[in-house]
Write a new protein. Structure first.
Length: 124
């Protein structure tokens, strides 16, 4: 039922949010992943600062089996706002946060200590 609703709504009104949810429904209900990814990517391109659009694109990418790209998409969405749904999905996926200093290896002492401090201070 949701697929029909979003399909009709996206014909009447062209908004990134409608296109994003329509793409997500296409992926879930019809397994039309190619069109779903295209709709979600266009929605993100039209409104890149909306975390919900990144969430839907990431969900579609997960459904296709593109886990690495999905995690990257979720993290990009978090840069524009803390979305609890994205955070929960990242926890379920077991995704680690990026190191504090990308120029250094994750195992480097500076990255370990800085990461530990950021967690203790509640900044991560």
């Amino acid at each position: 039922y949701a697929l029909i609703y979003f399909e009709r709504a996206s014909r009447k009104q062209s908004t990134p949010l409608l296109h994003s949810f329509y793409g997500y429904c296409l992926a879930r209900e019809k397994q039309n992943y190619k069109k779903a990814i295209a709709l979600c990517e266009k929605a993100v391109a039209d409104d890149p600062r909306n975390p919900t659009l990144h969430l839907n694109l990431g969900r579609v990418l997960l459904a296709v089996g593109m886990k690495t790209q999905a995690i990257r998409t979720f993290r990009r969405g978090l840069k524009f706002g803390r979305d609890s749904r994205i955070i929960e999905l990242l926890k379920q996926l077991g995704a680690r946060q990026s190191p504090a200093f990308n120029a250094l290896p994750r195992e480097h002492l500076i990255n370990k200590v800085t990461g530990w401090l950021l967690v203790r201070l509640g900044l991560r």
